[in-house]
Design a protein around this ligand. Structure first.
Ligand code: 3H9
Length: 699
């Protein structure tokens, strides 16, 4: 709950809001601020008030944890504080440091003046939580910053730094040096200047570009497909121009409350906490020792190896890229260079910085030269005998204490640890997603023998690399790819049963997936999984249904975009998928061979058939302890597989649907299909009327 204190410095009353770690507005805190404001008003010696945050000075806005439970009856709210400030005859100077976000910025906007330290960030990030600002931000910000700037900040949710905020008119002064001293001096100036002390609400919002709303609406309809909050933000800012201030405030509040109650907002708030929970690994804390990783080596200069090397260079860590094939190595280095040059051309990076980063990547041709690296990542072909060979060779050359990681996406990392018994504690999996230099997700695969120190060191490194690391246990495909198998299997079955690639992709993109599965397969290349299916053919249960659709496409050389044809056809130089009658005929032929009668399949069925296998396998993964918590699975699917963030991830979405309903459908499908046996955890939770979130809490 926290509190607020009042001190006096000459004629300036200083109210300090104190609710660690980020001074969020929990119930009780607004009441405490109101009480201090009243004391300052009553004290004749106080002529101006400075309002600031304790600790690092941040005000992160409303307490997100308190959403979803009713605000305690009779307890003052942030809006009461805002009203009191606007009634104050004594000027109130918000003094910003760190992050002033959401309700924090709204509080500042209601003050007579705002000063900030140079490194402060201000923003209205509410849209990322599924609602517009609800304490007047959409009405006050356009009056201070102008409509265009306010619209961008509120609709996109991206914060701006203090100098930019000052330029936009949000801040009155940026203070270098001691912030409190500067704020008190500023207050002194305002006292000396005397009234009027203008409020944002008294101003008229300035609009320069009358087309801005139409253009933004059009952009959102494309980019934020299926979501309510970004358009709600736009509607609220439009109100600032259309209706008087107080009516704008009332209507903003109504829209805020409706959005807050939506499934979209529940999902996005879930993701906010999931992103923070994922960093917490039982047994690892501040006291866990972490090995510094100053140099790394990557074995294998294919697409993944090259991408991973780039990640290290981007983080300023020197890295050796090893491949015994000198041509492959040359090709990789040329690719890295051309990618950096592209980024220089697009203005993303300065030419000198690009050169520095390229300079951090040293191509080497022999394994002996990885000696001395603190971390070695094996990124050779996905074949166990090859990986075993590399691990044996690394055992001979690596320093004692070096961490050896495999970038495998499926294989048994415990087995790889066994190849190097004396280093077992230092072997882990680091499953990067392609393109490695772009994708934020990293599955850190924890072997049975990995030490906490090795795990903590890799997690700390992941943070330096800017990755969102999710710890996964060892199993075939870990979290993400293990779940993916059921998804792609059902796509093929649905094709045989009568759905076209276009229908499947449309159903899933309408659900919110970033791309449809047939388009994804064409982009990634169908040959990779074909090779894997052929290698694993002996493991397949011949009694179970198997679809040959994808194999048959590959037999025709249709490997996807790279060959100009896969599930779709592609015109030369184009990435736009064109439906192909040849594919329709091939699918019909495969279906006939298997005696499948084809039928029209509705979008809802496509979504359930494709996504429920994810839920079912996710339940097994959670039950087996492969994932530490259900929300970690959500993080994997949102960041690695294009699952819509605003649906909260696979497991949260299933909770929203209701596990009893999900279970009932899976049980029904199990009666006629042979891949649908409900996971025991799913059955149990469904029968108990619980959700996956209940398992999280128990963990
Ligand atoms: C709002 O204001 C609505 C209004 O318009 C209307 C009101 C009427 N609440 O991220 P970190 C916790 S909506 C509760 O690791 P960092 C966080 O969970 C709000 N808890 O630190 C974590 O806890 P734990 C609009 C919060 O330094 C700890 O603080 N505001 C809140 O990397 C540290 O957080 C936002 O959307 C909160 N508001 O980043 C801002 N904020 O240790 C949300 C943080 O138990 N917050 N926590 O895991 C942020 O973006 C970042 O936390 C911030 C600090 C940039 C502030």
């Amino acid at each position: 709950m926290g509190g607020a204190g009042l001190e006096r410095d000459g004629a300036v009353g200083i109210i300090t809001i104190d609710n660690p770690p980020v001074n969020a507005m929990s119930p009780g805190l607004p009441g405490a601020i109101l009480a201090r404001l009243a004391e300052a008003q009553a004290d004749d010696a106080v002529e101006a008030v400075v309002l600031r945050g304790a600790g690092k000075g941040a005000l992160a806005g409303a307490d997100i944890r308190s959403f979803g439970t009713p605000w305690p009856e009779g307890e003052p709210t942030l809006r009461d504080v805002i009203a009191a400030i606007e009634l104050s005859a004594k000027p109130v100077i918000a003094t910003l440091a760190g992050y002033w976000l959401g309700g924090g910025l709204e509080l500042a906007l209601s003050c007579h003046y705002r000063v900030a330290s140079r490194k402060t960030q201000v923003g209205q990030p509410e849209v990322a939580l599924g609602f517009p600002p609800g304490a007047g931000g959409t009405q006050r910000l356009p009056r201070l910053a102008g409509v265009e700037a306010a619209l961008a900040m509120i609709v996109d949710g991206t914060p701006v730094d203090a100098p930019e905020a000052a330029e936009k008119g949000i801040l009155d002064r940026v203070i270098d040096g001691d912030l409190l001293e500067g704020a008190v001096a500023f207050a002194g100036e305002r006292i000396a200047a005397g009234p009027p002390h203008a409020l944002a609400r008294e101003r008229t919002p300035e609009l320069r570009d009358p087309d801005i709303f139409a253009a933004t609406r059009e952009r959102l309809e494309r980019r934020a497909r299926g979501q309510r909050a970004p358009l709600a933000c736009l509607e609220c800012v439009e109100l600032a121009l259309e209706v008087p201030f107080d009516e704008g405030i009332r209507r903003e509040r109504a829209i805020f409350e409706a959005c807050m109650a939506s499934a979209e907002s529940r999902a996005l708030r879930h993701v906010f906490f999931a992103e923070r929970a994922v960093r917490k690994v039982p047994g690892i804390g501040k006291e866990t020792s972490v090995r510094p990783i100053e140099s790394a080596a990557i074995v294998g200069a294919g697409t993944m190896g090259r991408g991973i090397a780039t990640c290290f260079a981007n983080a300023g860590i020197s890295v050796r890229l090893m491949d015994s094939d000198s041509q492959a190595l040359e090709h990789a280095m040329a690719g890295i260079r051309s990618e950096y040059e592209g980024r220089v051309k697009r203005g993303r990076i300065a030419a000198a910085d690009a050169e520095d980063r390229i300079g951090l990547i040293e191509p080497i041709e022999t394994l002996e030269r990885v000696a001395g690296a603190d971390l070695v990542i094996e990124a050779v072909f996905e074949e166990m005998p090859l990986k075993e060979e590399v691990f044996r060779a690394l055992d001979a050359v690596c320093d004692e204490g070096a961490i050896i990681a495999s970038n495998t996406s499926y294989l048994d990392v415990n087995h790889l640890a066994d190849i190097v018994p004396r280093r077992r504690g230092n072997v882990l999996g680091m499953h990067f997603f392609s393109p490695a230099q772009v994708m934020r997700l990293l599955e850190v695969v924890r072997t049975d023998s990995a030490t906490l120190e090795a795990l903590a060191s890799v997690l700390a490194l992941a943070k330096r690399l800017g990755k969102l690391a999710v710890v996964a246990g060892v199993c075939h495909g870990f979290i993400g790819n293990r779940m993916l198998e059921g998804y792609t299997r059902e796509v093929r079955f649905l094709l045989e049963e009568g759905a076209s690639p276009v229908e499947i992709d449309a159903a899933l993109t309408a659900f919110g997936m970033a791309m449809g599965p047939c388009s994804v397969a064409d982009l990634a290349g169908l040959d990779v999984s074909w090779r894997k299916r052929k290698a694993d053919a002996h493991l397949r249960d011949p009694a179970k249904r198997y679809s040959a659709v994808a194999d048959r496409l590959c037999e025709l050389g249709r490997f996807g975009q790279k060959t100009g044809a896969g599930y779709y056809r592609y015109e030369p130089g184009s990435r736009a998928p064109v439906p192909d009658p040849e594919v329709d005929a091939l699918i019909a032929e495969v279906a006939a061979e298997s005696g499948i009668e084809r039928r029209a399949i509705a979008a809802d069925e496509i979504v359930e058939r494709c996504l429920y296998p994810l839920v079912n396998e996710g339940a097994r993964i959670l039950d087996e302890g492969i994932a530490l918590r259900a929300s970690d699975i959500d993080i994997v699917w949102i960041n690695g597989y294009g699952f819509p963030r605003w649906r909260g991830g696979v497991m949260h979405w299933a909770d929203e649907v209701g596990l009893d309903a999900v279970h009932a459908t899976i049980a029904r499908l199990d009666e006629s299909g042979d891949h649908w046996e409900p996971a025991p955890l799913l059955s149990r939770l469904a029968s108990e009327g619980k959700g996956f979130a209940d398992v999280d809490r128990a963990a």
